[in-house]
Write a new protein. Structure first.
Length: 469
């Protein structure tokens, strides 16, 4: 019959005559957070037990019992029947205690040549590796949506801004592809982080390794790690892998926030560039006419939460001596919340952008105002009249001032008015002053010309299709 752990008895409690106070137990317990590591913990225990048996440290019979017991524990987890208990503090002790209840003495041999210190960070690396992969995949889904918008809106003209002032006309497709590039860099950072963290701490023990003849290469391979970590102190105390993950998430969520801010601006009555569907808008309790872009506003706010969690974790780690300290217990909460927040924001952005309807006429009208083709005029003076650019800049500035005084745009000036500033101008000048002509002319690599946008769309579609296979 399987032995049972007495209620309230800690597995580590042999040294202690009394149980912890309720307050100590409450502040010490982490099961409400780290139960998310249950499947990773089982995977690590399977690999560890197999290695112990292979090395003759435990018997094959004990390993068989342990593996069968872990199967039962996994079934309970999958069926939501696992009895999580706060008195066992964390997921590692909960699973070990439950295993003892299910199979008895063989479970007591599982922790041979292992510490909670190397156990927890092994589980945490496994979880973070999977979370990084999921986050990268979600960014790829968002990129596909943005590329789809760029393909449909290759020739749609809109104002480009600097200092949030009208600068030059661009195409909406070009604007969307800017975010595709940003999220592409975010994905590579996530993937690079996963490569660097893919070393196994298992077998490092509490901090100094173990005297048992373990095979760390075998457990690393079984868990999909590239290699075991080379220093036991580093293995149990390092959290730079998760600091890097949260820093990368912070950058990616900042990019989501920038796009969200544009959605907020563009959906306002003052801009009127985009209309969000009812699924991604909310109303007002008092103003019936309102369509609020709340999802975009929440993404904008939640970016600060992810950055805050990164800073909080860095603050917790920066003063810790080697090796393990209980301060590190909070790393899971900060990491889980950061990945959850990021995934929610990225999914919301896919929904918003994927269903948004852009108002082409309004965008074109806005692009045509604010003297957005002034640079095109200056460039024309350089090409057609062989004028030095600084002189062309000055002449164009005088023409802009003339249009401002007349209350019109550059394209609305008469040739006589223009010639009062530069007599050599001809009617040919009007061929460069439309916003369409401006965007078509920007054919340098990476420019906003529809030709270049179409090329970049095609390249991204190929890249994303290849990565999807």
């Amino acid at each position: 019959m399987a032995s049972k752990t007495e209620k309230g008895q800690q597995i580590w409690g042999g040294r202690f005559a009394a149980r912890p106070s309720d307050i100590m137990q409450a502040i010490n317990a982490s099961i409400h957070v780290d139960q998310r590591l249950a499947r990773e913990d089982i995977a690590g225990s399977r690999a560890h037990a197999d290695m112990l048996a292979e090395q003759g440290i435990i018997t094959a019979a004990d390993n068989e019992a342990i593996q069968a017991g872990l199967d039962l524990v996994l079934e309970e987890l999958n069926d939501d029947r696992f009895p999580f208990r706060v008195e066992f503090e964390d997921i590692h002790m909960n699973i070990e205690a439950r295993l003892q209840e299910l199979i008895g003495d063989p479970a007591r041999r599982l922790h041979t040549a292992r510490s909670r210190n190397d156990q927890v960070v092994t589980d945490f690396r496994l979880w973070t590796r999977g979370a990084l992969s999921e986050a990268a995949a979600q960014l790829a889904r968002l990129q596909r949506v943005l590329v789809g918008v760029a393909e449909r809106e290759t020739e749609t003209v809109m104002p480009g801004f600097t200092h949030l002032q009208t600068a030059q006309p661009v195409t909406l497709g070009h604007h969307m592809l800017a975010y595709v590039e940003m999220f592409g860099r975010d994905r590579t950072r996530l993937q690079d982080c996963a490569v660097r963290l893919n070393e196994s701490p298992l077998g490092a023990g509490a901090l100094a390794g173990t005297g048992f003849p373990i095979d760390r290469d075998a457990t690393a391979e079984a868990l999909g790690f590239d290699r075991p970590m080379a220093n036991s102190l580093d293995a149990v105390s390092a959290r730079d892998f998760v600091l890097e993950a949260l820093a990368t998430l912070s950058i990616a969520t900042t990019h989501l926030s920038r796009l969200a801010e544009e959605v907020v601006l563009w959906s306002s009555a003052q801009f009127g560039f985009v209309r969000l569907t009812d699924a991604w808008s909310t109303g007002s309790s008092i103003m019936p006419q309102k369509r609020n872009p709340d999802a975009a506003e929440l993404i904008r706010a939640k970016a600060s939460l992810v950055t805050g969690h990164y800073v909080a974790l860095q603050g917790a780690i920066k003063g810790l001596p080697l090796a393990y300290a209980k301060d590190l217990q909070d790393d899971k909460r900060l990491t889980f919340e950061s990945f959850d927040t990021f995934m929610l924001c990225a999914q919301a952005m896919v929904g918003m952008i994927g269903t948004a309807r852009f108002h082409h006429d309004r965008m074109r009208e806005a692009a045509a105002h604010g003297f957005s083709t002034a640079t095109d005029l200056a460039d024309y003076l350089v090409r057609a009249l062989d004028m030095p650019f600084r002189q062309a800049h000055h002449v164009t500035g005088r023409l802009v001032a003339l249009a401002e005084d007349a209350g019109c745009d550059l394209v609305d000036l008469t040739l006589d008015q223009m010639q009062s500033v530069e007599p050599r101008l001809t009617n040919d000048i009007f061929t460069v002053l439309s916003v369409e002509a401006s965007t078509r002319s920007r054919q340098s690599y990476g420019g906003t010309s529809p030709v270049r946008v179409a090329e970049q769309v095609a390249q991204w579609k190929r890249r994303l299709a290849m990565e999807e296979k």
